[in-house]
Design a protein. Structure first.
Length: 645
DNA sequence: GTAGGGTTAG
């Protein structure tokens, strides 16, 4: 009794305290007498308002109160609201109770709105079999359900599919068979859950049915083409949109490029967006832009984005942006700034921890990465598969084999993280780099799933370091089946042969690449200087300062040879001039400050690694080089990777 | 009054 009283008092407050009722219906504030007069209108209006403000728990509480009061009874206007709130709160049993109450009151299935709200609730709560059953019942020829309601119901059930499947497409074909007029909302529901192969067909249908001009449908197509990898078509859809395009269209296009690894295009689009004045960037835009800066190593650009975030108060506390900034600074080489941002965060998500742990990992600070990991566990945060990749690769980069093995062996039981291909690839890398090729192969053979290209590729990479031809051939035979167009693996085996002096092997791989139309990725290094990017390819003479750069480089080669006891450095006739050496010479000629930062698209070779180590001593400068696998900090003749990469 | 578009880490 007491409970009921307390409950009722709370609901009366919800019902009466807020300025709820539209003026044209109720110019006077709602009185207790009016609320209990038997008119459902004030109650329904209140329910709608609470739901519109996202106060779904309050809406459900109010509905319960209505049930407990003698007057008024919920009607066909009440149920859709209450059902919508129960669905928004993910309460399937509440939806089911509302369903049976609606049946008892006679509003289900007679009332179209009660019907469609229930179907929508079941679909959004993934109760698809039930939704299908109801849909089947109301689709029969003798069903009194109006056509417009049927369309709404089909739309709801289509959008209830969360993954691309034939079923969603099949449901749409049923709509067409039943002569139900689909609308733009049908397309919005269907396009994201349709098998990728059918996207161009739906695109054609969008044009034919005249829904092409609906910006929401266009946004949806851009995202779907991004998933199919047809970024050119996505761009075409974007370009054909009526200007000014809204923010979401720009974000869809920018994310499409970001997700397809077209980082350069992301930055171009961001600049174009600013120039066009069509929309102002929001945190979603900036997250994609920062992620692209991170992958390019475009630090100056990233810092300019950071400034614009600092100018906008509402952006500063956005956790997505903070995570993106940490990742950007770490991957652009400023670990100190990344750490400072991480330490300042009032709240951290698993992604924040992943960004900082992988940051320290890729800079070779495995000890700090693992210390942070322990701290994260102490704070009660459970790792996921992605975080475990960061932890294992941090161990791998720092040569912490024992710790890596430990985490790998306990990750399923202690953290409930299932071991997937990428974890096995990390472990093969960890064992292989440490020279334990046999153990690495045993691990691959013991895998509960068939090893993918990355796993065999990790073994192949280790074989290059340890010059093992037999294992390299075995790994290559697997990897070439799994990823026949991945050029890197051909180059790796070719280099293994080259190191072992097996020249017919080198020739065989080269002819294999020719037959398959594969070309070696050109190596390229670049550095930022005063806001400009200077890029170098191997044997490149295109830079305006080329003459000075080569002169400087030859001088360095001489000095290095004189200085080096190793004596095998700088055999220019043999390897040609790799791009990072040109960048080093350019950096020494132009860069101010003690640190020269260079980005490289491929892994640095042994020759260049040794060269930069010695130059760091001779010139007394620090070099920070990011290659395809990690950061190298060169200083005083040695590298932070301890020659282990 | 019921159905709809974009988001970070490896």
């Amino acid at each position: 009794m007491f409970l009921r009283f307390a409950f009722g008092a709370r609901c009366e407050k919800i019902l009466l305290s807020l300025p709820a009722i539209p003026q044209h219906r109720s110019p006077q504030p709602l009185t207790v007498a009016a609320a209990y007069s038997g008119d459902t209108y004030p109650w329904n209006a209140r329910l709608r308002e609470l739901a519109a403000d996202g106060l779904h728990s309050e809406a459900i509480a109010l509905f319960r109160h209505m049930l407990l009061s003698p007057n008024p009874r919920p009607d066909a206007f009440t149920y859709p609201c209450a059902i919508g709130s129960a669905a928004a709160l993910s309460l399937p049993s509440t939806v089911a109770s509302l369903h049976s109450l609606a049946v008892k009151s006679g509003s289900f299935p007679a009332d179209p709105f009660v019907l469609s709200s229930l179907l929508s609730a079941y679909a959004s709560l993934s109760r698809l079999p039930l939704a299908y059953r109801l849909l089947h019942q109301i689709s029969s020829p003798d069903s009194p359900t109006p056509i417009s309601t049927l369309v709404v119901c089909y739309n709801s059930v289509i959008s209830g599919h969360s993954f691309p499947s034939d079923e969603a497409l099949f449901l749409f074909s049923r709509m067409l068979c039943l002569d139900l007029p689909f609308n733009s909302i049908t397309l919005l529901a269907l396009i994201p859950v349709t098998p990728l192969l059918a996207v161009p067909t739906l695109h054609a249908l969008t044009i034919l049915s005249g829904f092409k001009s609906d910006p929401a449908v266009a946004n949806c197509l851009i995202t779907s083409y991004s998933k199919t990898g047809d970024i050119g078509v996505a761009r075409q859809v974007f370009d054909e949109m009526l200007v000014p395009r809204e923010l979401i269209s720009w974000n869809a296009m920018i994310s499409a490029c970001a997700q397809n690894g077209l980082a350069r295009d992301v930055l171009d689009l961001y600049v174009e967006m600013g120039r066009s004045g069509e929309a102002r960037p929001d945190p979603v835009t900036l997250v994609s832009v920062l992620s692209s800066c991170a992958s390019l190593g475009a630090h100056t650009f990233g810092i300019s984005v950071e400034r614009s975030i600092e100018e906008n108060k509402s952006f500063i506390s956005n956790i997505f942006l903070q995570n993106a900034l940490i990742n950007m600074h770490a991957r652009c080489g400023n670990l100190t700034r990344a750490r400072a941002l991480f330490d300042e965060m009032p709240q951290r998500s698993l992604v924040s921890w992943t960004a900082i742990i992988s940051g320290f990992g890729m800079h070779g600070h495995g000890d700090i990465a693992l210390h942070l990991f322990d701290r994260m566990l102490l704070e009660g945060i459970r790792p996921d598969g992605v975080l475990m990749v960061s932890v294992l690769s941090a161990c791998s980069h720092a040569g912490l084999a024992q710790r890596g093995m430990h985490y790998f062996s306990i990750m399923e039981t202690a953290y409930g993280v299932q071991r997937r291909q990428e974890h096995f690839a990390c472990m093969v890398d960890l064992l292989g780099r440490g020279g334990k090729l046999k153990e690495a192969l045993e691990l691959i053979r013991s895998m509960p799933m068939v090893a993918d290209g990355a796993v065999w590729g990790a073994l192949l990479g280790s074989c290059k370091i340890h010059k093992n031809v037999e294992y390299a051939e075995m790994a290559f035979n697997h990897v070439v089946e799994l990823e026949p167009s991945n050029v890197g693996y051909y180059v790796l085996l070719s280099n293994v042969y080259l190191d072992a002096g097996i020249l017919d092997g080198v020739a065989r791989i080269r002819s294999m690449m020719r037959r398959r139309g594969l070309k070696k990725d050109p190596g390229c290094s670049y550095m930022e200087l005063k806001g400009r990017v200077h890029m170098f390819m191997a044997d490149d003479h295109s830079h305006p300062q080329a003459k000075r750069i080569y002169k400087k480089l030859f001088r360095l080669e001489r000095l290095v040879k004189e200085d080096s006891a190793v004596g095998k450095v700088g055999n220019l006739n043999w390897v040609g001039i790799h791009s990072e050496k040109l960048a080093v010479a350019f950096g020494l000629l132009n860069a101010e400050g003690s640190e020269i930062k260079i980005m490289k698209n491929l892994r640095i070779c042994e020759d260049c690694h040794l060269f930069i180590k010695l130059v760091s001593k001779i010139a007394d400068r620090r070099f920070v080089v990011r290659d395809a696998s990690r950061f190298h900090h060169f200083q005083g003749g040695s590298c932070s990777c301890k020659d282990y990469w």
